[in-house]
Design a protein around this ligand. Sequence first.
Ligand SMILES: Cc1cc2nc3c(=O)[nH]c(=O)nc-3n(C[C@H](O)[C@H](O)[C@H](O)COP(=O)(O)OP(=O)(O)OC[C@H]3O[C@@H](n4cnc5c(N)ncnc54)[C@H](O)[C@@H]3O)c2cc1C
Ligand code: HEM
Length: 417
Amino acid sequence: MLSDRSRPVIEATLPAVGENIQEIARRFYQHMFDAHPELLDGLFNRGNQAEGTQQVALAGSVAAFASALVQTPEQVPERLLARIAHKHVSLGLRPEHYDIVHEHLFWAIVDVLGDAVTPEVAAAWDEVYWLMAYALINQERGLYSARGVRPDTVWRDWRVEDKRQETADVVTFRVKRMDDRLVKTSLPGQYVTVKVLMPDGVHQPRQYSLTRADDGEHRQFSVKRVHGNDKPDGEVSNLLVQTVDVGDVLTMSLPFGDVVLDDSGRPVVFISAGIGVTPMAGMISHLVHAGSHLPITVLHADSAEKSFPLRRQIVDDVRSLPNGSVHVWYEQEAASDLPVDSVHNGMMDIGQVDLPDGAAYYLCGPLPFMQAVRSALIERGVPARDIQYEVFGPDLWQADLLTERAPGAAAGAPTSA
Ligand SMILES: Cc1cc2nc3c(=O)[nH]c(=O)nc-3n(C[C@H](O)[C@H](O)[C@H](O)COP(=O)(O)OP(=O)(O)OC[C@H]3O[C@@H](n4cnc5c(N)ncnc54)[C@H](O)[C@@H]3O)c2cc1C
Ligand code: HEM
């Protein structure tokens, strides 16, 4: 809760900070990495830095949190904090890192806003920072202790047991534990961070969703090669797909992630496009292992059947469920060799299929796809709280939804990547 002294100061300065927060975030990262280049080795994702998406996500989240403090002080933006905390712990973040961020963020605020940052303004924003930081530190401490690990013990080595070409661009890795220690369980829908050594000697972490239910010995994930087209090719996805082979060792974090299967016994609808099918595959596999009798509806969009990753696993899993159905949309064709319930040509149109009442919805795919599907669901009367989504990158959407809900609040992130 923000103090009475700071609230009017934050209200008065939120528009100025909001307007400049992306520039603040940009200078903050530059200054922090100049002072602490080690943070770029194994912690920060340099692809997201180059694209500017992490800067926008950080800026949007701080603006959303400050807006929430002044507009809806009784409601903590829990989804926003949970998403960040899970990402942080999947990278082994430590509480002392928050002092480093504090120092450089406040340097950047003064650098951008200059004389407007009076001692009173600095103290009020300091309070916002530490309220957010302690909320995150506490959640992160809880996540580490629930899994029985410390920041430096989230990592473990796994041996690649199988590597399978799914589509022209997607490869599935199955890795096996290398010692007798118990494999920590995952919740359906969670991801691991894979940390690899790049050819220039720098470690780079990336998240990959688990695509199979736990069996106590293995983990499975699928990687899509990112083609740069006019930009550089994705460095980790290409390295994994091209150079990592059966017998190699991969360093991976424990599973984390806040978008997990609802276990309240409601029907579930999974809606994905392209590689966004991976968390759905993991959740469907868990439902099969649990012997679920719930109505499960799977909707997937892809350019063609041959580019639908994990299609055999998913269709086999859905067919083995007593109450499952699967519907596909292909941009280039309207035919399927798989035992699906319906196949459609073109972009996904949820109006073409029946959806169960009272379902929990999970979305994953490119941001414009998820935004269109979410709008269509809301149009059909699905409550917003029943729709969860996973973003394969820093979430530029959630902070925006929050700042939209807080009238008069500073602008956060743009709505698409
Ligand atoms: C929760 C979560 C789950 C995920 N699950 C999966 C999954 O199951 N499967 C999967 O395949 N992926 C998944 N991802 C995405 C994955 O983590 C990586 O982001 C993806 O593999 C790309 O990583 P990369 O290193 O290959 O690309 P990067 O090298 O990080 O590049 C990313 C983008 O930045 C651009 N870029 C890089 N350098 C520059 C530059 N200097 N200038 C301009 N642009 C640049 C690239 O062209 C590319 O478009 C997930 C992500 C998250 C957050
Ligand atoms: C109050 C302080 C902080 C805020 C508000 C914050 C906010 C965020 C946000 C919004 C994301 C993106 C989450 C997502 O959608 O995936 C993120 C990711 C991340 N944060 Fe923080 N963070 C804070 C502190 C820190 C600290 C102290 C560090 C370490 C020095 C750190 C390192 C990271 C890293 C490495 C990522 C992943 C980056 C990426 O994948 O590009 N953060 N943080």
